[in-house]
Every structure is written in C-alpha cells, then in structure tokens.
Design a protein around this ligand. Structure first.
Ligand code: FA5
Length: 340
C-alpha cells in the first residue's frame, strides 16, 4: 500500500513540476514536497511504522524518489535562473547603431554673447580683463569717482544702499579707483559685470550689465579716446556704422561725451527700434578727471587717461533688434531660441 502511495506522490509531483512556470512556484512546490510537513517528509516519518523486513525496500524507494525529484527541481531551477538572466540582458541591451535622440541644444544668452564679443575686441587691442565686487563701498562707487556724499550728481544713479556706506554698485566705474590704487601707469583695463539701479521700464532694468574701460598713460588725449571707441564700435557693429560723439557730463571725466551709433536695424533712416531717430545712445566716456587720478595716488601732471562705460544690455538689444529690456531677463525659451 505504501509503495503505491509513494509511486502516486512521485507521479503527481513530476506532473506538477512540469506545470511550474516561475521560480516562486518552484519554491512553493519544493516546500510542499520536502518541507517540515511536506509530502515526502511525512512518508519518511512514517517509516517507523513499516515492518522491519520491508524497511530497506521502502527506504530505498523513498531515497530514489527524493533523488529523482531533487534532480528535476534543480534542473528547473537552473533553467529559470538562466531565463531570468537572459531576459535581463535582453531588456538592458543597448543598440549602439540606433540613431541618438534629438537633444535640444541651448543657446548663448544675448548678454553673454555681446560681453564675449566686446572682451575679445578689447583684448585684441591690448586691454586686460579685471573684476570688482558687486557689493561695493560708497567710497569706490562714488567718492573716489569725484562724487562726494550729498552731491546732487548722485541723483543720476538711483542707488540701492545696503548700509550707509555699503551698496550694490551702480556703475562698473567703481572698479576704476580699485585698479588705479593697485597699478602703476601705463595700463589698459576693462571690467565687465553686473550693476544695479532702482529703475525699470522698457530700456532700464534694476539689474543690468556694463563694461568699463580705462587707459592711463602719458599724453592721453580725446583723440585717443575717439579713435579707440571708433575701432571698437566698427568691429562690433560693422564698418559702415556711423558714430556720433556728443558732449555730456560725468563727475569723473572732464570733458565727457556720450556716444551714439547708427541704428543697425534701419541704418540711420529711422524705425521703431531707434524711435525714428536713426541713432542709438550706447555709452558714456571721457578724459579721466585729474581729481580722480589724484584721489587714487596717480600723478595727474605726468599721467592722463580716458575711460568709457558700455551698457551691455543696450548693446545686446541693438545687435539683436530687441525692443524691451525685460525679454533679456525672462528666460523664455521661445525668445532665447530666436537669438541663436
Ligand atoms: C555711467 O554709468 C558711467 N559710469 C559711464 C562712464 C564710464 C562714463 C566711464 C564716463 C567714463 P550712465 O549712467 O550713462 O553712465 O550708464 C552707462 C550706460 O549704462 C547707459 O548708456 C546705458 O546703456 C546703461 N544703463 C544705465 N542704466 C541702465 C539700466 N537701468 N538698465 C539698463 N542699462 C542701463
């Protein structure tokens, strides 16, 4: 009787093993057969009730069935493990011949692009690039630039003060005094960077960018300044650009000028970009006021200098026919794409 039961267990288990389709089911079947209360274990336990003379035969049958089932199970186990590995390899396969996805390329921001262009032009003309702090002292931003405390010319720049003597620099001219204190003439420097003023409309932003230029040497004259600016502007806007110098006022330069260029959109005819004037104001400049040289310890009898201050946002707007400065700060991808 026990023999038949063992044979039935062997056949049923083999059939069940054939239907197993994953490792989880296989483990469940293993427990069902070989577990503590498993089918074959139960038979092994029942051996103690088998008559002594039958014990060797029944024991041998149990061992044979155990061996056969264990072999079949480990074969299946091997098959499932290989299958799992193959499935994983197939899923993770990289087809290196497949064309790559179209990744969107970024564009250089118009302000960064114009800054780079101007730096390249100035460096090719012998200028060195310097930097200064954006959080500046009242001294370097104003006093060393011949703008004493309470002087009415401070009204020209609506400044963000942090404390009585600390502010967000309103002009890169602040770097002039820092460099003049450090250097011995002759020298030619430019300083690009962020500047801040409390103003906001279509051509003014509270954060904007300037590029300051300063040359100090013996016998520097207005002719040198005009020549230098003409070369820079023509390289930036093209040879056919018309340049106009107008008298102006800055406390740190004497005489002072403002410089206009013919509108690159209409070439002087008048359009919406230049508001019908045909020319666009671009920068302030002048011969460094001897007082400014003296404040920074430079002998104004021996040396003279010229300085200029480009508005980089304005320059970028003119080069790209942008009619509102706000577009430069919105980071709208549609706008930036047009600048490519
Ligand atoms: C100055 O800031 C002088 N430091 C320039 C200078 C340097 C003169 C060296 C002489 C010698 P002004 O305030 O005009 O000057 O500003 C220079 C340029 O900065 C302007 O022509 C304009 O293009 C730009 N600018 C000024 N304020 C703003 C603003 N709020 N937003 C955007 N651009 C501005």
């Amino acid at each position: 009787m026990i023999k038949e039961d063992l044979l039935k267990l062997s056949n049923d288990s083999k059939k069940e093993l054939e239907g197993v389709y994953d490792i989880k089911q296989l483990n469940e079947l293993k427990i069902k057969i070989f577990g503590k209360t498993g089918l074959l274990t139960t038979f092994s336990k029942a051996m103690r009730d088998v008559p002594v003379d039958e014990k060797p035969v029944i024991g041998a049958i149990i061992n044979e069935i155990r061996k056969e089932l264990e072999d079949k199970i480990s074969e299946k186990e091997k098959y499932f493990k290989e299958k799992e590995l193959n499935d994983k390899l197939e899923k993770e396969k990289v087809d290196i011949t497949e064309p790559s996805k179209n990744n969107e390329l970024g564009a250089i921001h118009p302000i960064a692009s114009v800054t780079d262009k101007l730096i390249d032009i100035c460096v090719s003309l012998g200028f060195s690039v310097v930097e200064g702090p954006e959080v500046e002292t009242d001294y370097y931003n104003f006093e060393a630039m011949n703008i004493p405390k309470n002087h009415p010319s401070r009204d020209m720049q609506d400044t963000f003060f942090i404390t009585e003597n600390t502010l967000l620099r309103s002009q890169t001219s602040a770097v002039q005094a820092r460099e003049m204190e450090k250097r011995k003439p002759p020298f030619k420097i430019i300083c690009p960077g962020k500047t801040y003023r409390n103003e906001s409309d279509s051509t003014h932003s509270p954060i904007f960018h300037q590029l300051e230029g300063l040359v100090v040497d013996e016998k520097i004259s207005m002719a040198d300044l005009k020549t230098m600016l003409t070369i820079i502007m023509k390289r930036l806007y093209g040879d056919e650009t018309i340049i106009r110098f107008r008298p102006s006022f800055f406390p740190f330069t004497e005489p002072s000028i403002e410089v206009d260029v013919s509108c690159p959109n209409c070439h002087g005819k008048g359009c919406s970009i230049c508001k019908g004037i045909g020319m666009l104001e671009l920068l302030g400049a002048g011969i460094v006021n001897p007082k400014v040289l003296e404040i920074s310890g430079i002998d104004s009898k021996k040396y003279s200098g010229f300085a200029f201050g480009f508005g980089l946002d304005r320059t970028a707007m003119i080069l790209n026919s942008i009619n509102n400065i706000k577009y430069l700060y919105k980071n709208d991808i549609r706008f930036l794409k047009q600048m490519q």
